[in-house]
Design a protein around this ligand. Structure first.
Ligand SMILES: [Zn+2]
Ligand SMILES: [Zn+2]
Length: 455
């Protein structure tokens, strides 16, 4: 019998600063080290003071900030630490982390957020020099002394995203990271592990655990509806805004739109995309072998660049002719390009704002989606509220996370002895624990909690 300990440093029963500590065979491993998307200053960090021993190594599943955003801070605490992730994720982290520094500096300057920036550009540079990018399906030893071996398996979520297989002597652990089992426009869904690999402990994300299967239309049906609604707006001389995360959603949506255009399902109008999404798009272009076999990534030049949206004239000009704009942030956080463009769009009735990803109830995007026409709301802080005249605000389902039925399928396939649910709100984690494999020991640990797992 071989025991492995698991501790939540951040993001247990919430989608927060995802970070976990796994230890066994005298080896301490940090799995992901992210920043909380809804907290500010030092509150956004995982709690590294919980660690009872210094970690030997950190493994990063993918480049979303809630999984890698605190890596430079971690390296400042433990400068001798080695970090491993996949090859594309190193390039993505480079872009995402430097961007995080710029955003934190801006928030400190404009809104006086205390504790920002949590690290500087130098810290990002140092962290990246300590980070090795490995290929998928390649087994490696974690350190010279440790008997623990690790391997990245494609998670199908965004470019470079990986599940992590850890082989302790007599105990194997599989961490899903963020996982998607179905194919997207560019990413091939996660391929289930070979039968021969026995998993003793599964650490499973639960993002969509509370979402009923009935609300999930098929991917192609949803693309058809998306195309039809885009066409309606464009034919009445309107502009379509699609708020989208810079990593993943941006590239997927641009290529869905390009396909709809090519097959003449939508009118041929200019398509615009914004800054960070374009930088990440280039990394997609450099890593075609990591995309699905049917992915037909369009050249970035097919999409025009959104100008400076902080100048009202620039946005007015953009809204003069029918076009499609894909802009960050996906949840339309105040003061981001999607919020600044929406601020002008909502004054008219002819446009459409189409959300395509997860919307946290505490965000501007969620409030705008559910607002009544005639309501007033601010799009920037500080800033004045704007009257909402635009009625055409909709939600489309193009998730990059496994549905709860797919997660159940994953659990059944791996048939682990221990099931640890993380990365989901309490109702999602509870549903998963109640509705998956009856024989496994199930855990949904809270922040700071350590559980002992027996193989
Ligand atoms: Zn993610
Ligand atoms: Zn995540």
């Amino acid at each position: 019998m071989s025991t492995v300990e698991f501790t939540v440093l951040g993001g247990g029963t919430e989608i927060g600063a995802n970070s976990y500590f796994v230890s066994g065979a005298d080896t301490g491993i940090i799995l992901d080290c992210g920043l909380h998307p809804k907290k500010e200053g030092r509150d956004a960090l995982p709690d590294l003071s919980i660690l009872t021993r210094p970690p030997d190594v950190a493994l990063v599943s993918h480049g979303h900030v809630d999984h890698c955003g605190a890596v430079p801070y971690l390296l400042r605490q433990f400068p001798g630490l080695f970090v491993y992730t996949t090859r594309p994720t190193v390039s993505i982290m480079d872009r995402m982390l430097h961007n995080s520094v710029s955003v934190m500096e801006m928030l400190e300057r404009n809104q006086g957020v205390r504790g920002y920036p949590l690290y500087g550009h130098d810290d990002v540079g140092f962290a990246l020099r300590r980070t090795d990018g490995l290929e998928m399906d390649y087994e490696f030893a974690l350190t010279y002394q440790s008997p623990v071996r690790a391997e990245f398996r494609s998670a199908g979520h965004v470019l470079g995203s990986a599940c992590i297989l850890l082989q302790f002597p007599g105990h194997s652990v599989f961490y899903t990271g963020d996982i998607c089992l179905t194919h997207q426009e560019l990413m091939r869904g996660h391929a289930l592990l070979e039968e021969a690999i026995q998993v003793d402990t599964l650490i499973c994300e639960s993002t969509r655990g509370a979402q009923e299967a009935d609300d999930e239309p098929s991917y192609e049906d949803e693309i058809e509806r998306f195309g039809a609604e885009i066409t309606k707006v464009l034919e009445s001389d309107g502009v379509v805004l699609v708020p989208a995360f810079a990593l993943g959603r941006n590239q997927e949506i641009l290529n869905i739109i390009a396909r709809l255009k090519r097959s003449r399902m939508i009118p041929r109008v200019p398509v615009y995309s914004s800054g960070l999404g374009r930088a990440i798009y280039e990394i997609y272009s450099d890593n075609l072998d990591y995309l699905g076999p049917r992915a037909d990534l369009r050249p970035l030049e097919e999409f025009e660049r959104v100008g400076n949206v902080w100048e009202p004239d620039a946005v007015d000009e953009l809204l003069e002719e029918p076009c499609i704009i894909v802009a960050t942030s996906g949840m339309m956080v105040e003061n981001t390009p999607s919020a600044m463009i929406a601020k002008e769009m909502v004054r008219s009735t002819r446009h459409g704002i189409f959300f395509v990803g997860y919307l946290d109830p505490d965000t501007l995007g969620y409030r705008l989606l559910h607002a009544n026409t005639g309501d007033k709301m601010p799009f920037e802080t500080p800033g004045r509220s704007v009257h909402i005249r635009l009625g055409n605000r909709q939600r489309f389902h193009f998730s990059a996370h496994a549905s709860r039925n797919d997660l159940r399928r994953l659990v059944e396939h791996l048939n682990p002895k221990n099931l640890v649910f993380v990365h989901g709100d309490a109702p999602a984690v509870e549903w998963m624990a109640a509705n998956t494999n009856g024989r496994a020991r199930k855990f949904s640990p809270m922040l700071g909690q350590t559980i002992a797992l027996e193989a």
